[in-house]
Write a protein that binds this ligand. Structure first.
Ligand SMILES: Cc1ncc(COP(=O)(O)O)c(C=O)c1O
Length: 440
């Protein structure tokens, strides 16, 4: 007899306090638009658009139709040496949306895979150009680049790294993160303080000699560590230092691409162009798992060398360019254009900033941060129990207010729908306030 006593006991949930969850399971059975339906029939407002994924809302009819059609037309075909029409069409569409200079797109199934793919492309690029000595990778403290070994190694979220400390990739350094509440607390949008921290890259280029560094990867706006917008001028500085030393700049836009910061890419919004962009989530609105790595032409060209019958990059996934995922992606990209989603997102920014910063004077709040439609309210931790207050807010929002709120420890994170209704947004934050008032 199996140790699992019921269906829910058998499921080992990701990034979840599993035993705590099983005491009070929060199980969703349906969704439509901006609301979930829970197993007990309750209708819940989703303040996190899935997991930063579903900016258009859930079960958009055009996307549902495209997926239903595709799964009945071509459910799968191999992606190595053969491919499908939808993958080509989506690659073209996404490259067209990218900043000038981007020419190609490599498909993955997740953000983690996009990151590890990007790191491998960076190493392969330098080697192909005769600079195989450029092997060092640079990430940043508090960075989240997924959970695979590459992304974990360049990432900077301590609990994700702690257990695997002995197994990190060699030759990885980290820039300091840019959050210092003494200087940045309650900034609206980009903090004025902190651009000098980009000079950490220049220091590493002195320490190791820049000619040994392959790439630096950063989230243009940090997401999972609790929404940390870049200081004014920081990304520009990183770009300049990369240029001085021939280092590739990778923007991890798994969260920020496709409208989350009011443009197709954060690179466009900030006017800073990296060499490689990683994406996932909003590529398909979360409907079917899919990620994409976009590369500038010079990166792609460097790798398209040697005899034409030889595979240029020994890398790929069984589901790279999956036809159903690609069909979902094409429908989603159509809807973004038809409905003016990125413009809608941009127009909501001020309302969002205002409702968020209304928490600034709450006695249990120590910081509020926002950029685009990414926001965080940081609660003061309970004495001796960091994270407990945030988790309780999450649970009480769910059970008492029928609002789904994400917490990362004591940081409440918000990722509103790109087409949110301003009144619904306002009401959901009133619910959050009632819960913050009520919890210990
Ligand atoms: C910036 C960033 N990179 C990578 C990932 C990993 O994506 P996935 O969970 O799809 O592997 C995430 C996930 O939130 C992310 O925010």
């Amino acid at each position: 007899m199996s140790a699992a006593t019921s269906a829910i006991d058998a499921y080992w949930m990701p990034f979840t306090a599993n035993r705590d969850f099983l005491a009070e399971p929060r199980i969703i059975t349906g969704a439509a638009g901006h609301y979930y339906t829970a197993a007990d029939g309750a209708r819940l407002y989703d303040t996190f658009s899935g997991l930063w994924t579903s900016g258009l809302g859930h079960c958009h009819p055009k996307v549902v139709e495209a997926v239903q059609h595709q799964v009945a037309t071509l459910d799968y075909c191999m992606g190595f040496q053969v491919s499908n029409d939808k993958a080509f069409a989506l690659a073209e569409r996404v490259v067209d949306m990218a900043p000038d200079g981007f020419s190609n797109c490599f498909f993955t199934n997740s953000g983690s895979e996009s990151v590890d793919t990007a790191l491998k492309i960076a190493l392969a690029y330098h080697r192909a150009r005769g600079e195989g000595h450029r092997t060092r990778l640079v990430g940043r403290e508090k960075g989240y680049h997924g959970v695979n070994f590459g992304g974990m190694s360049v990432g900077g979220i301590v609990p994700n790294r702690k257990i695997f400390s002995a197994c990190m990739l060699p030759g990885v350094d980290h820039l300091r993160h840019t959050m210092d509440l003494e200087h940045t607390a309650f900034s609206r949008g980009l903090p004025e303080w902190g651009a000098h921290l980009a000079d950490d890259l220049a220091r590493l280029a002195v320490l190791h000699d820049g000619s040994n560094i392959a790439a630096v990867i950063v989230e243009p706006v940090v997401g999972s560590a609790g929404v940390i917008p870049p200081p004014v001028g920081y990304l520009e500085k990183l770009r300049n230092i990369c240029d001085q030393h021939g280092i590739l700049l990778i923007f991890d836009e798994v969260i920020t691409a496709f409208g989350r910061v009011g443009a197709a890419f954060a690179a466009e919004r900030f006017g800073v162009t990296p060499d490689i962009i990683t994406t996932a989530k909003g590529l398909t609105n979360g409907v079917i798992p899919m990620g994409a790595v976009l590369v500038q032409e010079h990166v792609h060209e460097a790798l398209m060398q040697g005899p034409p019958h030889v595979i240029e990059l020994f890398h790929g996934y069984t589901y790279s360019g999956h036809p159903v995922a690609a069909a979902a992606g094409l429908a989603v990209q159509d809807v973004y254009v038809e409905e003016g989603t990125f413009e809608q997102s941009r127009a909501l920014e001020q309302t969002f900033e205002d409702v968020l910063h209304a928490f600034a004077d709450h006695p249990k709040v120590i910081d509020v941060r926002n950029f685009g439609l990414m926001g965080a309210i940081e609660l003061a931790p309970r004495e001796g129990a960091p994270g407990a207050r945030g988790l309780e807010v999450h649970k009480r929002c769910f059970w008492d207010e029928h609002v789904v709120v994400r917490n990362g420890m004591d940081v409440l994170q918000f990722s509103p729908f790109l087409n949110s209704d301003a009144d619904e947004m306002q009401q959901s934050f009133e619910a959050v306030r009632r819960v913050i008032d009520a919890v210990e």
